[in-house]
Each structure stands twice: as C-alpha cells, then as structure tokens.
Write a protein that binds this ligand. Structure first.
Ligand code: XMP
Length: 511
C-alpha cells in the first residue's frame, strides 16, 4: 500500500491534514518529528508532509529534522512551520515578521502561479487561511515563488526539480479555497500516487490479516453499541465468526430499543452474542446516589464486574478486542517527549480478564473511515452514523437520584426528540442532541387539572471535536413540535426547556 508520512511539529491541524490525504484515497500516517530517519525510510513513503507548529524555526531548541531527509529523494510538502523549516534548512532565511503587515492571520486573498504543479488546474486567485508570525526573508536557492498575497511576496515556494514545495497557509482547512485540490495535486502530480486507499480494499485486507493473526484462537469483545465497538465486532465477525464472543451489557440506562437494535444488527453473523440484562443490578447500586462522579464510578466498576463474570463463562480467550481508533493512538510531535494518548473504550478491562494479546482492528482509522467500514460490512445506517453516547448512559442525564420510572420517562422523551430531529432532517446539522430529565418539578395545567411534574431539558450542539461546542439554533417550529409531542405523549413531564449555553462555560452533558 502506497503511503504518505506526515511529520508532526505540533500544529493544531495535523490530524486534519491526515484526513485530507486519506480523503484523496492515499493512506498516510502521522509521525512525531522526533522519529529517526531510518524508521521513516523503512516505511517507504511516496511523499512527506511537514505540518505546521507553534514555534519559530530559527530559535534554539525548536523542532528540527535530520537534514538528510532533503537528500533522500522523496517529495516534501511543507505547511506553515513546515514551509519555514524547508527554507531554513536549504539556505533560506526565516525571521520574525518586522511589521504587522507581513504577519498574516485569517482569510487572505492569494494569487497562485498555476504553472506550478501544486496549483495546477486552480483559479489564479483564491482565499487562503494564514496563521503565521514568521516570514521568509530569503528564499533558498533553486526555489521559485509560486504564490503571493498583498502583504507577502512569498506565500508559496517550489523547487519542482527536487519535488520540494512549501506553503505559508493551511491548505487542509475549509477556509482555504481549493485547499483539497492542492493536496491532491501534491499526491497525484508530484508524488505520483495511484490512490489505492479505499474502504472496500481495506476491509478485505483487514479480514485476511485478522484471520492470519487469530488462527483458531478465541476472541472476546465488549460491545457497547457505539460506532467503534460495533464496527470492530462486525469486522471480527466477518473474519473469524464463531470464534468471536461479543458481550453486550445492558445496564438499563440505554436509549429506547437500543439493546434490541444492537442484537438485531449482529443477527446475520455466526458469532456468540451474549446480551446481559443487568438493569436491576445497576439500579440497585445506583439507588439514592445523586453525585455525578459517583454515578460514573459505580457504573464503571459494576460494568467491569459483569464483564468479568461473562468472560469467565467463556473460558480462556486468546485475544481481547477493542475498538480503539486512530485519534486515540496518534502520537503528538508537540513538546519534548512524544505523548501517547492511550484510550480504552472500557476502562481497565485488560487487568481483569485473562487473555494473551489485545487486538485493535480499527487503530489505523479515523472516525469517518470507521463509519465507512461499518457500511462496507453491512451494518445498518442508524448504527454507523450514531451520535456519541456516554458510557454511563442516561445515568448522567437524569439529574439527581436514578429510578427505573425516571429512566423510562427520559427514554420516551429522548426518543421523541431524536425521532423528530431525524424526520425533519435536522439531525444532519447536529453533532449531539438528547434530552435531560431535571429534578425540578413545576406546576402546570393539563385538561382541567393541575399537574406537578418534571421539567425536561433539550440539548443540541454543533461541534467538531467535542472540546468546545455551540448550542444549535434549531428552528422554533421544530422545537414547538417536539415540546408538544413530549408533554402530550410522556406522562410525568409538563414543561420543556431548551439549553442555550455553549461549551465553555457549560459542558455538553449536564453531569
Ligand atoms: P462533556 O459533557 O464533557 O462531553 O462536554 C464531551 C463528550 O464526551 C461525552 N461524555 C462521556 N463519554 N463517558 C463517556 O464515554 C463519560 O463519562 C462521558 N461524559 C461525557 C459526551 O457525551 C460528549 O460527547
């Protein structure tokens, strides 16, 4: 499989670069800038991309590369810091921008030399997204200037003979018009990519590899019903079928019909599907607990116990499978020591279950690729395009103490909200949306009678990373319809409020 290496210098858009490359059907991996050149060479990439980064190349201690990378003969595209790094290493000069006019932030009208391979087929002028305080005072020998803005004569440089290109702006962000075409040009015109990264191919290769690795071994997987664990399960089911056991723990705080939907989605495979109805067990533990962190701890702890019991019934397993995805394992080039984020979908499991090895069949995939793979495997759309759902489930959406009655009220209300959003097509504009059962009761009037029932809050947000989020501007008429349906159809709720706080200062969930 042909491959692009993305060398990470700690910029904020680095994963986005990787996603863009893969969107162009070329496989890529992100490596920290500290990765030794021999290791990079061993990966045999067809091209390299240097990312942006927060530092200045001329300062001591700034992230650098082994200069031999420039004599290796592999094409390089440098973005922002990466562009300055090329200039700095090959005899150019990078300095702090002397006056504010040479410093550029935000959308900038840029003129391109469309004779340069990078800008081939593009309009001569377009908006680019700039974010740099340093300036290339002298361009290295052999390089031509291939783009300019009114503030800056050298927005892009190219040495087409050696296949080195540098841009001061960020082609990977949506704000840069035609940015994806520039990346595609680098991949196809400069690196001569064939574009062999497609999900159908990936699926077949992954299945073959899993079969080879697992042999006749037994595999155990904790299936949460979320996108990642479901796709991992489907891939393993396709690969090794009856050697796979999936344990789905229903803690009683799932959404309406969720357990049935998950079970149904896996009915077509010949695997051991263990569905544990643990509702009463979880509710007993949670009775009278209203502190959010305690709820989380109780659920996490109990989950492990239930899973462990089921694992014992299965007997010795060879592999424990997890739905870890690429953003969870990516190493960052920021800081001195490379930080590896380790993430387990179900915290702590490996300590409790006896197994020989962990397999993570999705660890090279981004979320949208995981969804695509799920579709290739024939999982239903409602499962693969599902919004995130927290491990503790409705427990952190029922404010205060949890009872089955409250969980049932919330399940029905949440179902109506989701159904109406989907019917109106509004779900496509939202990244997460759900209902919260507050523990506030208020007086209402229904028919001729007085009511004293719960207040339900609706929450809907748009976000790209879930670290910050905006409350969604859902049309009033739609909110009105949802509100009308819920108070009429769900007993126990007589008032609906809509949450109009962003994150920060609020969080997405209420607990
Ligand atoms: P907050 O509420 O922190 O949520 O803005 C950010 C994202 O994380 C999800 N979330 C959780 N997921 N276990 C999970 O697996 C949890 O305890 C948990 N708490 C929040 C939340 O749904 C949102 O997508």
């Amino acid at each position: 499989m042909e491959k692009i290496l993305i060398i990470d210098f700690g910029g904020q858009y680095n994963q986005l670069i990787a996603r863009r490359v893969r969107e162009c059907n070329v496989y890529c991996e992100v490596k920290p800038y500290t990765t030794p050149l021999v290791q990079l060479r061993a990966m045999e990439p067809i091209g390299i991309i240097f990312t942006g980064g927060p530092q200045s190349v001329y300062l001591e201690g700034s992230p650098q590369v082994d200069p031999d990378i420039f004599t290796w003969g592999v094409p390089i595209l440098g973005i922002c810091y990466g562009c300055q790094l090329i200039a700095h290493n090959l005899g150019g000069q990078v300095t702090p921008a002397q006056d504010d006019s040479a410093r550029e932030y935000g959308k900038t009208i840029t003129h391109f030399d469309t004779g340069c391979k990078l800008f081939q087929g593009l309009p001569r002028q377009g908006v680019t997204w700039m974010s740099h305080g340093d300036y290339m005072a002298r361009v290295p020998e052999g390089f031509a200037l291939t783009a300019r803005s009114s503030a800056c004569p050298n927005v892009a440089i190219a040495d087409e003979g050696r296949g080195f290109y540098g841009v001061q702006f960020h082609p990977e962000v949506d704000h840069t018009e035609h940015g994806i075409n520039m990346i595609r040009n680098f991949l196809y015109e400069v690196c001569r990519a064939k574009g062999d990264w497609t999900m159908g191919d990936y699926k077949n290769t992954a299945i073959a590899r899993l079969r080879e690795k697992i042999g006749s071994g037994k595999v155990l997987l904790a299936l949460s019903g979320g996108v990642d664990s479901s796709v991992a399960a489907a891939l393993l089911a396709e690969a090794v079928g009856s050697q796979l056991t999936c344990v789905f723990v229903d803690h009683g705080l799932m959404r309406l019909n969720e357990g049935d939907e998950v079970e149904e989605a896996f009915a077509k495979w010949d695997l051991n599907f263990v569905r544990v109805d643990a509702e009463s067990r979880f509710l007993l533990k949670l009775a009278g607990v209203d502190e959010p962190e305690r709820k989380r701890k109780i659920i996490g702890g109990e989950f492990i116990r239930v899973f462990e019991e089921e694992a014992k019934k299965v007997g010795a397993v060879d592999f424990l499978a997890q739905g870890t995805i690429y953003p969870d394992v990516i190493e960052s080039g920021a800081g001195d020591a490379a930080v590896i984020k380790s993430h387990h979908n179900v915290g702590g499991l490996p300590d409790y279950v006896d197994f020989k090895e962990i397999i993570e069949p999705l660890r090279m995939l981004f979320k949208d690729e995981v969804r695509q793979l799920g579709r290739e495997l024939g999982l239903p759309e409602y499962l693969v395009s599902r919004q995130p759902f927290p491990g503790p489930g409705l427990a952190i959406r029922i404010i205060g103490g949890i009872t089955k009655e409250k969980a049932d009220i919330l399940r029905q209300a949440d179902f109506i909200f989701r159904e109406e959003m989907a019917q109106a097509g509004e779900d496509k504009n939202l990244n997460q949306y759900f209902a919260v059962l507050t523990n506030t009761r208020s007086v209402g009037v229904m028919g001729d009678g007085r009511t004293y029932d719960y207040t339900l809050a609706l929450r809907a947000v748009t976000t790209s990373d879930f670290m910050t989020a905006d409350w969604a501007r859902i049309p009033y008429d739609l909110l009105d319809k949802v509100s009308g349906r819920i108070v009429n159809e769900v007993r126990g709720i007589n008032r609906i409020v809509y949450d109009i706080t962003s994150k920060p200062p609020a969080t997405i969930e209420w607990e």
